[in-house]
Write a protein that binds this ligand. Structure first.
Ligand code: ATP
Ligand code: MG
Length: 568
């Protein structure tokens, strides 16, 4: 796996130098190439929801505009009538806003430029630079040649300008069926650059467009749309991913032939993350085939999925800044994204106690019906967050795996005869264990030392561990959903390249714990609220949550795999 995209220890800090895209903008500003204008754009195709890869592009385009006093446009690159939808248009806008960015002016649509593009196509025909080809798509493909062999010129290549104009007008008028003709640029069938071998500019498609309705049955190819759309909008820096490097030659050709304003295209490496896929096609299939519950399933790498899982826009932006932009394709560790998330949540999340796999504890020397209210710190990273009161009573819950009947050497938590600290409360000692018929531990009989209120003993005796707990009588019950990587396989290229890629899905990516107990103060938590459950990770209230039936997602565990990787 190529890991060049992941910053390595000892890398020069990003703060001390700008990346190559920003460098280009600075150079252009210095030379006055665009009269100090900076206009970028984010051009999604509204055929799916945005994912974390798009966030990289969004942060780059909107970020550059902000940093250099420019503007960034949002343009729907909506040239394919069959896959696009107004719901995606809406969702894309919401997700960009949620990430914290605002585009300049109205949302723009490539499809609003169809009339202008059509006129430009006519202009190219008139200049002898485009022709109507009546070969089938298969013939066109076969005659294209290969990287070793030149292509074969179409028998229709030398049609007269008049005939081309007439046919093209009829194509628009709907006089032909899909596939009967296409419009092609007349460039060079022998050039080693396959993209320049008379590329298709228009195809006939009798299809309804979500925005243009039935106005068109002739649709421009993306390559005949993208560069000109940037030109129309006066974009200065057209930033796109590496796979468009080849297409730049063609975009430039169209712009030059038409004699219109020329933006400058710069390519950067797309984001790939371990243990997930970013292809919209795969994500769509996961949704339609029910492998996940929807585009906003918290396992998905979509912005909606991440948001629902509890990721913050701040963490996603910090991650994008941290990975920077390069010219090399690589794979970034998903652990780095989680690391950025923890850094943010650690600063901002109130601490709470919650027990996910409950084991009952009875404090035998604590009077029945009484309650001790104890002070608990809300956030040690933020003094202004203050404290709250947590109730301690005779019956409590602790985490099942904080107790062992027969503890091995390094297990310092609760065991028969052992004393530990209950967080924010008292020292507690286990005396007896109640088991069911199957021998399973179902209850611990303990005592507490009232002298240790607040967590220390006046006689100076120490305990080796502190565990969290919840008062049974005051507990709020909840369903908690735990998540793991969407794919077991770390290398996304393996998943993407495998015909049977669904076999790599992690069957344990979601674990639902139906009966968890949370401390009293979580009773009024509402969807979107985020907390650190002490020792267990960061959690967020899910949108499925209701007053009577709380649902929490675990956003991320406490264990920082990224820090661990750095030490290796
Ligand atoms: P797909 O090829 O899966 O249909 P796409 O990546 O082409 O999707 P678009 O909607 O065209 O999706 O993408 C909008 C913008 O986001 C493009 O400029 C594209 O370069 C950028 N982008 C998409 N995926 C990534 C990624 N993984 N990393 C960085 N930028 C990305
Ligand atoms: Mg695309």
């Amino acid at each position: 796996m190529n890991e060049q995209a992941t910053p390595q220890p000892g890398d020069q800090s990003d703060e001390t130098r700008v990346d190559f895209v920003r460098q280009k903008v600075e150079n252009d500003n210095a030379s006055g190439k665009f009269d100090q204008r900076v206009v970028t754009r984010f051009p999604p195709e509204p055929n799916g929801f945005l994912h974390i890869g798009h966030a990289k592009s969004i942060c780059l385009n909107f970020g550059i505009a902000e940093e250099y006093g420019g503007v960034c446009h949002l343009r729907m690159d909506d040239t394919d009538p069959t896959k696009e939808d107004v719901d995606f248009v809406e969702a894309i806008q919401q997700d960009i806003k949620w990430l914290g960015f605002r585009w300049h002016g109205e949302v723009r649509y490539a499809s609003d430029y169809f009339e202008q593009l059509y006129d430009w196509a006519v202009q190219l025909i008139q200049g002898g630079k485009a022709y109507v080809d009546s070969q089938t798509i298969d013939e066109i493909r076969q005659n294209r040649g290969t990287s070793k062999e030149p292509g074969v010129e179409s028998p229709f290549r030398d049609r007269s300008i008049e005939e081309n104009l007439e046919l093209f007008a009829k194509m628009r008028a709907g006089e032909f069926a899909d596939g009967e003709h296409v419009l092609r640029a007349k460039i060079d069938m022998a050039t080693p650059h396959l993209i320049m071998r008379d590329p298709i500019m228009y195809r006939i498609r009798h299809a309804h467009h979500y925005r243009q309705g039935d106005d068109w049955c002739l649709y421009p190819m993306y390559d005949f749309t993208h560069g000109q759309s940037d030109s129309i909008e006066g974009v200065t820096h057209s930033i796109c991913t590496l796979e468009f490097e080849n297409n730049r030659r063609l975009y430039d050709w169209y712009i030059e032939q038409l004699g219109i304003y020329a933006p400058e295209q710069t390519e950067f490496a797309r984001l790939n993350l371990t243990h997930t896929v970013m292809s919209k096609r795969r994500l769509l299939q996961m949704v339609t085939d029910g492998m996940v519950t929807g585009w906003d399933d918290p396992r998905m790498p979509t912005i909606r999925g991440l948001r629902r899982r509890g990721y913050t826009p701040e963490a996603i932006r910090a991650f994008c800044e941290r990975i920077g932009v390069t010219k090399f394709d690589g794979v970034t560790e998903i652990a780095l994204l989680d690391h950025c998330l923890r850094e943010d949540l650690n600063r901002t999340s109130p601490r709470r106690m919650a027990v996910l796999r409950p084991l009952k504890v009875v404090i035998e020397n604590f009077p029945e019906g009484e309650v001790e209210e104890l002070d608990a710190v809300n956030n040690p990273e933020d003094e202004s967050a203050g404290t709250r009161s947590v109730p301690f009573s005779r019956e409590l819950y602790i985490e099942r795996d904080d107790f062992m009947m027969d503890p091995p050497k390094k297990f310092y938590r609760l065991a028969p005869g052992r004393e530990v600290r209950f967080r924010y409360a008292f020292f507690v000692t286990c005396h007896d264990v109640v088991t069911d018929d199957a021998g399973e531990v179902i209850e611990l009989r303990c005592t507490y030392d009232p002298e240790t209120r607040g967590g220390s003993a006046p006689d100076g005796r120490k305990v080796k561990s502190t565990i969290h707990w919840v008062s049974a009588e005051h507990a709020v019950s909840a369903e908690v959903r735990l998540y793991d990587h969407l794919f077991r396989e770390p290398d996304p290229s393996v998943i993407a390249g495998d015909d049977d890629w669904t076999q790599h899905l992690n069957p344990n990516a979601l674990e639902t714990l139906p009966e968890c107990f949370l401390e009293r103060s979580l009773g009024d938590a509402i969807a979107g609220d985020r907390f650190q459950f002490e020792r267990l990770g960061y959690f967020c209230v899910d949108q499925d949550s209701a007053q009577e039936a709380l649902v929490f997602n675990r956003t991320v565990t406490m264990r920082d795999q990224w820090a661990k990787l750095q030490k290796k």
